[in-house]
Design a protein around this ligand. Structure first.
Ligand SMILES: Cc1ncc(COP(=O)(O)O)c(C=O)c1O
Length: 427
């Protein structure tokens, strides 16, 4: 069978050939240290027991389809949650529940984009955004986030990339893969640009509750009340239940301006009948009452400790620099290309996997333009983080030495070849 030409520029390398290579190695009996996927379950981070119990309690009553926008108790809970956070404009009708944020990203973009419409997306991004814009016929245009300024978006670059075909800006806050959390003045600038150029804001806030230290998460919609804005969140991360697939989007902005789009979203929501009903029952219980994520992120909490340790150890490796993550579950360290002239970051990740049995994700998979970053997940235990960083450091020590052997005149390919020879001779 032929595949659709619509797939041509669609990439999701996080689950691509490198992961396949790792699976093959595992099938052969090798143990891989996985520092690549943002799934909480393999690392022993369990969903709160009260939520699981509540889902089990509702399971018999959840056999039928639900309202295509979601069950009323879940949508009421979501609307009340936002209202307690100052977003008084979000009513039950403004909420669509979906099978995770992922489904809603593609649904909301499909409902919105004409062919060749441009959408501004951060670089680096969570690559589903780029893929979904492409699949919806749109054109992703990446704006740079600035590593030297806490990975906040470079607002001059955002503005410079707006054209008369630009329709929307995607904001991922807290950000995957950088862990950046945006301050008010950055969000205000996004709102100003959206106002000036009549753009819609797509704000992915799935990590809104995973914050370290004193940073505050600000909802884009709370700043941009007069602008058409979509706010995405869900249970996958803070409530540690990515497999249950529960997420939502809230549509805000002037009622008249959003009316036609709202109808289209309702149509697309109906076409897929409804989101998984048992997990919709987890939403109300999750959003109310005790928030167990707080224990994991405060000083001494597991996620906080893991972030601190990974950040410190990675920065101790010569030629590796890593900005601290203020939120989310990732670090996005940079490799000094003079010390480590890999021909590609995929080669770096594959060699690391083969030689040291550790799996990280290469930076260009997140639409970062240069092959000089990788993503390191902070979900594994401190013991695994220590071991993983030790292996990365050992791997890079060989590469440093090899780059020296290839000489400053050598090409990245020469350095790769020298490193391969050196690594082979040590096996
Ligand atoms: C920024 C971001 N948005 C959305 C998702 C997908 O969330 P869900 O599990 O709700 O589909 C992820 C998953 O890692 C993510 O990192």
């Amino acid at each position: 069978m032929q595949h659709s030409s619509k797939i041509h520029n669609v990439r999701y390398e996080l689950r691509g050939p490198i992961l396949q290579a790792a699976k093959k190695m595992e099938a052969e009996g090798q143990r891989i240290l996985k520092m690549n996927l943002g799934d909480t379950a393999p690392f022993g981070l369990q969903a709160p027991e009260s939520i699981v119990k509540d889902m089990i309690h509702h399971i018999r009553g959840a056999q039928g389809y639900s309202d295509s926008k979601g069950i009323p108790s879940a949508r009421t809970a979501i609307s009340q949650y936002y209202q307690t956070r100052g977003l008084m404009q979000i009513g039950v009708d403004d909420i669509f529940v979906g099978n995770g944020v992922s489904e809603l990203i593609s649904m909301t973009l499909q409902a919105f984009l004409e062919n060749d419409d441009e959408v501004l997306i951060p670089a680096p991004d969570y690559p589903l955004w780029t893929a979904s814009v492409t699949l919806s016929g749109g054109k992703p245009v990446h704006y740079l986030c600035d590593e030297d300024n806490q990975w906040w978006p470079d607002m001059a670059d955002v503005e410079a990339k707006i054209t008369d075909r630009t329709r929307a800006i995607v904001i991922i806050n807290p950000n995957n893969p950088t862990g950046a959390v945006y301050p008010r003045h950055i969000l205000e600038q996004f709102a100003r640009l959206a106002r000036k150029h009549s753009l819609v804001l797509f704000s992915d806030e799935i990590y809104e509750k995973i914050l370290y230290g004193d940073v505050e998460h600000i909802h884009t919609a709370s700043i941009a009340k007069d602008i058409c804005c979509l706010t995405f969140s869900g249970l996958s991360k803070a409530y540690r239940m990515p497999g249950y697939r529960a997420g939502w989007v809230a549509l805000t902005g002037p009622r008249a301006a959003t009316a036609a789009y709202r109808e289209t979203l309702e149509l697309l929501a109906s076409l897929r009948l409804c989101a998984n009903v048992p997990s919709q029952h987890a939403i109300q219980t999750s959003l109310g009452g005790h928030q167990s994520i707080d224990e994991l992120i405060r000083p001494g909490g597991r996620l906080r400790e893991q972030r601190d340790l990974a950040h410190r150890l990675l920065n101790e490796i010569p030629g590796v620099s890593c900005t601290r993550a203020d939120g989310a579950l990732y670090l996005f360290p940079k490799l000094d290309r003079k010390l480590y002239p890999f021909s590609s970051d995929e080669k770096f990740v594959l060699d690391l996997l083969e030689e040291q049995k550790i799996l990280v994700s290469h930076g260009t998979a997140f639409n970062w333009p240069d092959p000089d970053h990788f993503r390191f997940v902070i979900l594994p235990s401190t013991t695994d983080i220590e071991e993983a960083v030790r292996r990365i450091a050992a791997f890079l020590a060989v590469r440093r030495h090899a780059a020296g052997t290839a000489g400053v005149e050598g090409t990245p390919a020469d350095a790769d070849a020298a490193a391969d020879t050196l690594a082979d001779s040590r096996v």
